[in-house]
Design a protein around this ligand. Sequence first.
Ligand code: FCB
Length: 473
Amino acid sequence: MTSGNPDYRDSGLRFPEGFLFGSATASYQIEGAAAEDGRLPSIWDTFCRTPGKVRGGDNGDVADDHYHRFDQDLDLLKDLGLDTYRFSIAWPRVQPTGSGEANQAGLDFYSRLVDGMLERGITPIATLYHWDLPQPLEDEGGWPARHTAERFAEYAAIVGRHLGDRIGTWTTLNEPWCSAFLGYGAGVHAPGRTDPLAALRAAHHLNLAHGLGVQALRSVVPRDAQYSVTLNFAVLRGDGPDGADAARQIDAVANRIFTGPMLTGGYPADLLADTASVTDWSFVQDGDLVDIAQPLDVLGVNYYNTALVSLWDGVGEKQMADNHGEAVASPYPGADRVQFLPQPGPYTAMGWNIAPDGLEQLLLSLREQFPDQPLMITENGAAFDDVLEDGRVADADRIDYLRRHFTAAHRAMRQGVDLRGYQVWSLLDNFEWAYGYSKRFGIVHVDYETLERTPKDSALWYSQLATSHMIPE
Ligand code: FCB
């Protein structure tokens, strides 16, 4: 750790030329227009209509209506002076049933969106899959089924052929851990299954989809492009004598289950041993590990908070303060004895602990594990209970959160981490999955009645940072 303000509020920090300041969103969270121009339901449309799954019965039918207001949203990015926009493409818009013919109207939307970015001097970072699996593919088995990975590669090729002349950075998947383990293990995300074997199979087929997807893109994209994936890393602290083993177990089933095959060519031996009572991993076929291990130009890192773990002694109640909502089933197959302990505050409106030192720790640990791998923060940000008053949102808490996390990133860079950019989550308040519209992560406020956008104080602060490269005092 370098010296500086113990609270990560250093002053006078400057980011290098070429560092990419941007902001991120995802299709289902902002687009709306759920049944327009040929889009068919995804697993999230279905999940939202399943009683009790999403807070307040909210859904993405209208969301921020970005589908019709994207020009205004791109103007916001430009006015803020941001370099990059990390957005996602909705598979059910581009290939509504998940296989077969492409839907030209869906492709045309993303074509207009990308052209709009380029006209405004904003560099697109496109994510192919931010959780909106076409429902027909779930009906045929979803991510636990191998053919979903093959369908994904076909979809990637369609998008690559149509947008490949204009997109410089491609991200295959956003947070496959959430897709596999919250979607098929804990059941708190779509499609809401609670089956540890299905979750592990899903993780492997997401890995495979990533590898086949990169290969499919490379074969059709007509220009030099960068390839990446975005992972959400569990940043672990161990408590008590068995804390280190508890942290190792979660590191295996949350982090190394993806970085192992993607970056080092295989699944870690301890993961296979920990999960032996669930599966023998015979769903991994010859050649899969070669397909998955595609060289990546940049690894996307999402970071929000840390986790404190220990081994449960079997006496008393096992604690699961791990912030996955009302999960009744564990999202950690093979790690049944690990418990998640409450952590000291302060907290965001999600109840997530604010820990900028965790971001520094994560970046340093990734550099140690993968020394030559350039990194990009593809999500970091915070939900707070914002108040819009007289046309202004004075979100000092979000500014402080961002200031401290940008300081952490800067400290990591000073220690040699090759960090290429930082995409703040999120540009707009939006549909926060199982929490519906109750949590606001935007640097721009959205009034869900009028859909009016109002940049919060944090947006203005971030604009100063992005344009000067200095963390504002
Ligand atoms: C991440 C998701 C993103 C958003 C943030 C708060 O897990 O990738 O869509 O919901 O959390």
